[in-house]
Design a protein around this ligand. Structure first.
Ligand code: WT7
Length: 647
């Protein structure tokens, strides 16, 4: 179907205003491959370096050792904040904060304000004993102080590990323990859609399992919380009287900048590690070209800073470009389904970047909510996190973009640090549902299961043949796992875990994960994690979790569960298991569908046949494939019966 997909022409205005035309893209892309060192040395010039790098690319995928700009020295906070003030732009707006409650005041934070705030936070962290190289956990609501905390860590050379506010105490404890983090920065409570999120209480529960030296607490809602004497400190108290000067720590380009936990097909979430110089160059360059940002424009990415999108495209990429970035605390449907568009109108947003799941949810509420608002300021739209179905693309384009604003569908991952495949607004026409073309320096390859690299029009497993500056360097504390996960399936290449098709025009179409990772509302989840949570329940004997198509979320979480002998499933147990998974992982992992079964389909050697379970969850009963290797083929019929009965 999609091969004959319609082109959507980029508007003349985008071509006329383009920083990079199609011819320029072709030339720059060619140069980025032919003369990678020269190309990236030039891009790196836009940052402030304490010592300019003379070595640019220095990497190998076999054995795996990745370095960029390795003899360079810099501090990313200096380039994102201080230099703009020094260059006379202290009055430019860095962040606009739009609170959950539209009746509360929005905040505007200039670059000069940002510098003061980051210095204050940095000195407060130092007061608590944080030093260069230490890991600091950040578990914050979507408020500017979350960004201040990240930048403050970068400023003093501490490594931040941000945990999304939707994760449970168990998840916090696991991550704090994994990276041996002695400090947590949090808030009393978060606020989302009028509901209070008990952040500090969650931290307290996590700290029954692990211990830290100190917790810094931002007073945000003023809600009632417990403070543990000697361990917990109010930010407004501890920051009182700290010095208003805090020089940026000189960092080596390959010094760690942050750890971000993400799910894989097996085991516990991995702490993906990004370093300083390459990440700075990659986020600066991708933001500059993909969003074609111009000073004075208002840019809004609706992600949370707890995900990589928030790291790269709310905090680092925009600020390195001296952009004005909007930070929104709330949700798309509060107080009503027009909130996104109300915020776009209120702050005259020019560039808007969101996820397909949000678009689908808002599309269902009707275009009337969009029509209520003046969206004439929007000139560019972006999509990220999962494949966007052409229907949602069209709605986004026609209603939100008035049929004029180009859409950039940006494919990338936590591990890639920034955008890898996308169209550029002035350079490329679009095809709804396709991410488009590789960014500078990116060499995508489509590989068959046996390792054969396909040429031209083809479909296969998406690998990246060469390193790029923003690539993750390792899994924190477990380099072997890094090598195993990303470089062992197709030796010498980075394997993304995604399936992908390349069409006759060289456009890439991501078809979704080919491993046991599912994408629920743009959130990445390992099916193994949900299974481990389920089997921890005393009544559960076995569990197998797969993704299945979900109208709004993209994929839903489908759980096959077998109970211990003597246990009977009922509505109470179902509710209890849902609650159980929420407690173990967090609300984002809440099962959508529980399917109780006396047994799971297994091979004679005892391996669960996930392929069959996936098909049954998808209600694709006709294409179950070979079931002859099953120990007990009768199970499949029973599973189908149940699925049909409750579909
Ligand atoms: C996975 C990465 C990219 C930051 C947010 C998610 C899927 C991401 C797209 C897109 C199709 C996409 C992939 C990828 N994905 N963007 N534009 N089109 N699929 O980061 O949590 O690391 O998840 O999200 O499957 O592997 P993440």
């Amino acid at each position: 179907m999609a091969d004959q997909a319609e082109w959507v022409k980029r508007p003349e205005a985008a071509i006329a205003a383009a920083r990079c035309t199609e011819t320029e893209y072709d030339a720059l892309y060619a140069r980025s491959l032919k003369d990678a060192d020269g190309f990236w040395a030039e891009q790196a010039e836009r940052l402030d370096w304490i010592a300019k790098p003379s070595t640019i690319a220095d990497w190998s995928f076999d054995p795996v050792a990745i370095k960029w700009f390795s003899d360079g020295r810099l501090n990313i906070c200096h380039s994102a904040v201080d230099r703009h003030v020094e260059n006379g732009h202290g009055d430019a707006i860095a962040l606009i904060f739009e609170p959950d409650d539209p009746k509360s005041d929005a905040r505007q934070i200039t670059y000069a304000d940002l510098q003061r705030e980051v210095v204050k936070m940095a000195n407060t962290l130092k007061t608590m004993g944080v030093e260069k190289g230490d890991r600091v956990t950040i578990y914050m609501p979507m408020v500017p102080e979350g960004a201040f905390a990240m930048l403050a860590c970068a400023r003093i050379g501490a490594v931040h590990s941000v945990i999304f506010g939707g994760f449970s105490p168990e998840a916090i404890a696991g991550r704090v323990e994994d990276c041996e983090s002695d400090w947590i920065v949090t808030a009393d409570e978060g606020l989302r859609g009028g509901k209070r999120i008990p952040l500090k209480a969650n931290v307290d529960k996590a700290l029954e399992k692990v211990s830290v030296k100190a917790v810094l607490v931002l007073r945000h809602t003023g809600g009632d919380i417990a403070m543990s004497e000697g361990r917990d400190h109010w930010y407004h108290e501890l920051s009182e009287g700290v010095s208003d000067s805090c020089p940026c720590e000189p960092m080596d380009a390959e010094d760690p900048l942050f750890i971000l936990y993400t799910s894989g097909s097996t085991g516990k979430p991995k702490g993906v590690l990004h370093t300083t110089g390459g990440y700075a160059v990659w986020t600066e360059t991708t933001f500059r070209y993909v969003f074609d940002y111009r000073p004075g424009e208002v840019y809004w990415c609706t992600a949370d800073i707890g995900w990589v999108t928030g790291h790269s495209y709310i905090v680092y990429g925009p600020l390195l470009n001296r952009a004005t970035a909007l930070m929104f605390e709330g949700v798309p449907n509060y107080p009503d389904h027009d909130r996104f568009w109300a915020v776009c109108e209120k702050h005259r947003v020019n560039i808007f970047y969101t996820a397909p799941t949000a678009i689908r949810a808002l599309m269902r509420e009707g275009a009337g909510h969009v029509a209520k608002h003046d969206l004439s300021s929007l000139r560019l739209l972006g999509s990220v996190g999962e494949p966007i179905n052409p229907e949602a693309w069209r709605w986004y384009h026609d209603h939100v973009g008035r049929g004029e604003a180009p859409i950039v569908d940006t494919w990338w991952q936590t591990e890639t640090g920034g955008i890898m495949i996308t169209t550029l607004p002035g350079a490329h026409d679009m095809k709804p549902g396709s991410a488009g073309k590789p960014f500078f320096g990116i060499v995508p390859e489509l590989v068959e299961n046996d390792g054969v690299v396909l040429e031209g029009k083809a479909e296969g497993n998406l690998c990246i043949a060469r390193s790029w500056p923003g690539q993750a360097r390792t899994v924190y504390g477990d380099h072997d796992r890094f090598v195993q996960t990303y470089f062992s399936t197709y030796p010498g290449k980075y394997f993304t875990g995604d399936g992908c098709r390349r069409d006759e025009d060289g456009y890439y179409w991501i078809t979704g994960r080919v491993d046991d990772v599912i994408n629920v509302s743009g959130h990445r989840m390992g099916t193994a994690e949900v299974e481990s949570a389920l089997v921890l329940h005393p009544k559960v004997s076995e569990a197998a979790v797969v993704g299945y198509p979900h109208d709004i979320k993209g994929q839903g979480i489908y759980c096959y569960v077998t109970l211990n002998a003597g246990e009977e499933p009922d509505g109470d147990l179902e509710a209890e298991l849902r609650q159980w998974v929420r407690k173990e992982i967090g609300p984002i992992a809440t099962p959508d569908h529980l399917h109780f079964t006396p047994a799971l389909p297994k091979t004679r050697s005892g391996k669960i046949m996930r392929r069959i379970l996936r098909k049954i969850a998808e209600q694709e009963y006709g294409s179950l494939g070979d079931t002859s290797t099953l120990a007990d083929p009768g199970i499949v019929d029973a599973l189908i019966e149940t699925r049909k009965g409750n579909a």
